[in-house]
Design a protein around this ligand. Sequence first.
Ligand SMILES: Cc1cc2nc3c(=O)[nH]c(=O)nc-3n(C[C@H](O)[C@H](O)[C@H](O)COP(=O)(O)O)c2cc1C
Length: 189
Amino acid sequence: MTEILNRRDTFKAVLLPLIAAQLAAQPAAAQTGAASVIVYLSRSGNTRVLAGALSRRFNADLIELRPRDPWPADYEQMVGWASAMREQGNNVPLAGDLPDIAGYDTVFLCHPIWGGDLPAVTASFLQSHDLSGKTVIPIITHGGYGIGDAVATAQSLAPNARFTEPFVLECNQERDDLASLNAWLGENL
Ligand SMILES: Cc1cc2nc3c(=O)[nH]c(=O)nc-3n(C[C@H](O)[C@H](O)[C@H](O)COP(=O)(O)O)c2cc1C
């Protein structure tokens, strides 16, 4: 509960004013009435909270990124999968037919940090879509180790997009949640 309240408070206190200031300073979407889209990746839900709030706040369409072939449910296997995808140069086939993003001027690019970098799934989206001329607002969650190379990687994959400063939020780590659960199980069951 405390975690949820903290996230909500952080969102109200930090995220909304930041985005409002960014849009006022860089009026692509706000003043032209151009459409925004929220493109998000979320495995354990942290980034989904932000993506949903942004969608409601800006009445923006939501696009969820998923790999065509499901990622491992087990966390440790997931870490291996994520680095294997990055090492193979991304190009992960994505699930579903993603909508055409040509008509959107502003893209909220919402993603967690995986292995100190942009997740391979998000990188694969950028590899397969042209964001030239669009404003990209990175919305990034991480588990305590910062955003690493994520913005630089995203910029290298969308070289003709205009990136704003990222919004960055530290969230809980699936790994820590599982460690806490396992410690409790070890003591109690
Ligand atoms: C495969 C994997 C790799 C991760 N690597 C990092 C990392 O390098 N640094 C970090 O701070 N957090 C890392 N995390 C934690 C996530 O970035 C963090 O928990 C994030 O908020 C998860 O977002 P989500 O709940 O939307 O999936 C990793 C999580 C996963 C699943």
